[in-house]
Design a protein around this ligand. Structure first.
Ligand code: PLP
Length: 456
């Protein structure tokens, strides 16, 4: 036990001194003591001290089929022994080709061309480079501006980060602001007092129309939007929003990219949410995370026949799409994605999510009774609880609330992902009704304890 303890002290030191984590805060560099995820099964993760924690965020909106699946390990091992890797430039392989066909089958309408990437950021990057590339071939080299939205998150490459509209992430890193315009917040709960939901919807659609007109449709290449703004705080736009925005895009000859990195692969009870939940047929869908349930890194940029047709064959002007990664269509990741899709089908996880969602959402909503909870929202197996107390320094106070809830919940057996003053939830899709109750009971207790502490 002691040896293990000492070994672990060494590991903590290596983590602190050598492992730079995403969004690393430099004030605490080398000092942050993180919890370690050392083992996981189903919806549970065990930390380095053997405490069992519910995986509230699903890794990070990703672990659809749950942790520790033996079938997945076997499928991965089998592919490694058959062919672990070969350059996708010249040669192909069966696993990736089968996966491309499967994605074309389950993606809506004519979204049949799949470009594989290493994750969500590179899927978005690829989508953006593709729409620029397409306009170059079409002889419209000035049509390059992308319209995104406040609170959007699209990734961490230079280009995908440029499209991300989370103000608090923008302080210290550069973006290429000439390429982007941001639409204002679409959160119906933030609408001006007295404004009806219908008027708010009209306003949001008009915002887009006006922005395209002002910028000049001849300069606007595409709109990029998450069906539900995920890490912006699970913001569900007003009903009918996406369909009406797509109409505006069609009117102005602007493409529509639906970023389904979070909403794809069952999170809302369907393979993709664009058509089945929001009734739209986008030109491009970007996907990652749930595609492999996070077992291996992979993303996909899925492009429609329609927008490919007018730049290929006799229309191609001899162009090649010079975009690609060593690991585009990695066979082992493809085998993991195929197995993941097979498990989702065999276990009827899409139906399961649709059946369980009303109960899940009901539990999210009920938290609104607690005094420090100022808003609750969500859809499918995505939920957000926003907390706040009035303070002179609102940001610091909000951050503290999130951190305290997180700390209490961890002690009680639940991992939450605090985003400033919000806790977001996207547990593995295999979660049962009883486990949903277990999760929200702990959260409720964690919020109550935080509230009691703040009251002093
Ligand atoms: N797009 C959306 C909507 C996301 O939520 C994320 C990540 O959270 C990304 C893109 C970036 O994906 P990745 O972190 O896999 O690069």
């Amino acid at each position: 036990m002691d040896t293990h303890h000492n070994d672990f002290k060494e590991i903590i030191k290596l983590d602190q001194e050598n492992f730079v984590h995403p969004w690393e805060g430099l004030a605490e560099l080398g000092k942050t003591r993180r919890t370690f995820a050392e083992h996981a099964e189903g919806i549970y993760v065990w930390d380095e001290e053997g405490n069992r924690l519910i995986d509230g965020p699903g890794g990070m909106w990703a672990i659809q089929i749950g942790h520790g699946r033996k079938e997945m390990a076997d499928a991965i091992a089998k592919q490694v022994l058959e062919i672990p890797y070969y350059s996708p430039w010249g040669l192909s392989n069966s696993a990736t080709s089968r996966l491309a066909g499967k994605i074309a089958d389950i993606a809506p309408g004519d979204l049949n061309h799949v470009f594989f990437t290493t994750g969500g950021s590179t899927a978005v990057d690829t989508a953006l480079r593709f729409v620029h590339f397409r306009n170059n071939i079409l002889g419209k080299p000035q049509k390059k501006i992308i319209i995104s939205r406040q609170k959007a998150y699209h990734g961490s490459t230079y280009l995908s980060a440029t499209m991300s509209g989370k103000e608090r992430d923008k302080g210290w890193l550069d973006q290429e602001s000439r390429l982007v315009r941001f639409l204002p917040d679409v959160n119906p709960f933030r609408r001006p007092e007295g404004m009806s939901a219908e008027d708010f919807l009209d306003e949001k659609v008009n915002d887009l129309d006006a922005m395209i007109t002002e910028t000049g449709a001849e300069n606007v290449a595409a709109v990029i939007a998450e069906p539900i703004l995920a890490s912006g705080g699970v913001i569900v736009p007003p009903e009918g929003y996406h369909a009406r925005c797509l109409e505006v895009c069609r009117k102005h000859d602007v493409l529509y990219i639906s970023d389904e990195v979070v909403t794809g692969f069952g999170r809302l009870g369907h393979w993709f949410a664009s058509a089945d939940v929001f009734g739209i047929q986008p030109d491009i869908i970007t996907s990652a995370k749930g595609l492999t349930s996070g077992y291996l890194p992979m993303g996909a940029c899925i492009i429609s026949e329609r927008i490919m047709a007018d730049i290929s064959g006799e229309h191609s002007r001899g162009a090649s799409f010079s975009n690609g990664y060593t690991y585009s269509g990695h066979p082992v990741c493809a085998a993991a994605a195929l197995k993941n899709i097979e498990i989702i089908e065999q276990e009827n996880l899409l139906e399961h999510v649709r059946e369980l969602s009303p109960h899940f959402q009901n539990r999210v909503k009920k938290l609104g009774r607690l005094p420090i909870v100022c808003d609750t929202r969500g859809m499918g197996l995505m939920g957000c609880v926003e907390c706040s107390v009035d303070a002179d320094d609102q940001l610091e106070s909000d951050k503290e609330i999130g951190a305290r809830i997180d700390e209490h919940c961890q002690k009680l057996g639940l991992i939450v992902r605090p985003l400033i003053n919000m806790c977001v939830f996207s547990p593995p899709l295999v979660i049962t009704k009883a486990q949903v109750d277990e999760m929200f009971d702990i959260l409720e207790e964690g919020i109550r304890l935080t509230e009691a502490e703040l009251r002093g």
